[in-house]
Design a protein around this ligand. Sequence first.
Ligand code: ZN
Length: 133
Amino acid sequence: MAKGLDRHNERKEEVLRFGKDLARRSKSTCELCETSGVKLNIYEVPPVEETPNFDMCIFICDDCIKKIENLFKVKENELRFLGNKVWSEVPLVQAVAVYSLTQVEEKYLWVEGILENVYLEEKAKEFLEKIEL
Ligand SMILES: [Zn+2]
């Protein structure tokens, strides 16, 4: 039991070590909604691997975590910011935006227009196939 907990804490520390690089990459603004001056979290995009993987982390605010984990409960207009993020320079951010929008594509007309025009580089495509939010 205690051993599992140790490992859990160890892992948590490993993830926290990504914070500095993520803060730099994001310029300390939420990588999804671009809000600054709020608490940002290191979010490991599922599936979460046993060994923390920097490549699968984004730096986002509490609101965005709630939204991407509850896409169907969020109001339509509260998802529009994802439309900008399909053009993010960070492949994983791009993939998360496309992934999330794809989930609600049938529900909202404007989403189809965005997804039709999106262009994904190889790296973003790889992430997109991997994500299991
Ligand atoms: Zn946000």
